[in-house]
Ligand binder design. Structure first.
Ligand code: FPP
Length: 249
């Protein structure tokens, strides 16, 4: 017998603080598929359905920045058919959804090292951004070939270059200058970081940006994640006492 989980609803979170930026580690696609006797890629396909519903819900609750971890710099270590399948899934996602996302005012950006992507994928993500860059209902960051350490090293190199070229003094390197060289420049840090499938780690995701994010982890595998799970996460977020290292007011 399965026990029905009672999730929170949009009414439960109305009136409370809504996170400005939600970031999600969409984990558990492979386990979901394996448990059903399906190929891992079927789990990633099902993961896109979960993503669709969560993005709709993000819009409904008024969260303005939404970041998802679609492919890490470490994911290249997976078998070629899974890597190719994931890249194909992203291209298919953009082909099918970009017009609707644009009509809804979603700005679709990719964070991560685009130089490591195939020409086809790079073109697709650049076209998606070119079409939607002026939209501001939701800023939707897809982390693709993304690694938090790599992003930090990249920012450090850019600052070092600017100093070497005499464009800035090393004394002017502060947190704001550093953040301005990250892929998320100009965006607020995530207030809430969600990870599905119960793993208790950051997996090299947004290492700089999650310094003060509230973390919410669920055992639910990503393909099963739905609006109710997002409401649960936001409800839990609203109960947190965010002190940013200070004392309770
Ligand atoms: C982690 O699950 C998930 C991924 C590596 C890929 C996530 C991608 C999607 C949900 C779909 C593609 C994204 C877009 C934006 C179209 P896992 O495979 O590591 O699961 P496991 O830990 O159970 O093996």
């Amino acid at each position: 017998m399965t026990t029905e989980i009672k999730h929170h609803t949009i009414e439960d979170i109305a009136g409370g603080a809504i996170p400005r930026h939600i970031a999600v580690i969409m984990d558990g696609n492979g386990r979901w598929a394996t448990a059903k006797g399906m190929a891992r890629l079927a789990g990633h396909h099902a993961g896109v359905e979960a993503l669709d519903e969560v993005l709709e819900t993000i819009k409904a609750i008024g969260t303005k920045y939404f970041t998802v971890y679609a492919f890490s710099t470490e994911n290249w270590r997976r078998p070629a058919d899974e890597v190719n399948g994931l890249m194909h899934l992203l291209v298919e996602y953009l082909d099918k959804k970009i017009a609707k996302l644009h009509a809804e005012g979603v700005c679709v950006r990719v964070i991560g090292d685009r130089s490591g992507l195939s020409e086809r994928v790079r073109q697709k993500v650049e076209n998606a951004y070119a079409l939607t860059k002026d939209n501001d209902a939701v800023i939707f960051n897809i982390a693709l070939n993304y690694g938090g350490r790599q992003e930090i090293v990249h920012a450090a190199r850019q600052l070092a270059q600017a100093c070497a070229a005499g464009e800035m003094n090393w004394q002017d390197i502060d947190e704001d200058a550093f953040a301005a060289h990250l892929d998320t420049a100009g965006q607020p840090d995530p207030d809430l970081l969600i990870r599905s499938s119960g793993e208790l780690r950051l997996s090299n995701f947004m290492l700089w940006q999650v310094a003060y994010s509230e973390i919410w982890i669920t055992d639910t595998l990503w393909p099963d994640f739905r609006a109710g799970d997002l409401f649960d996460a936001v409800f839990a977020f609203q109960k947190r006492d965010r002190r940013f290292g200070g004392l309770k007011k």
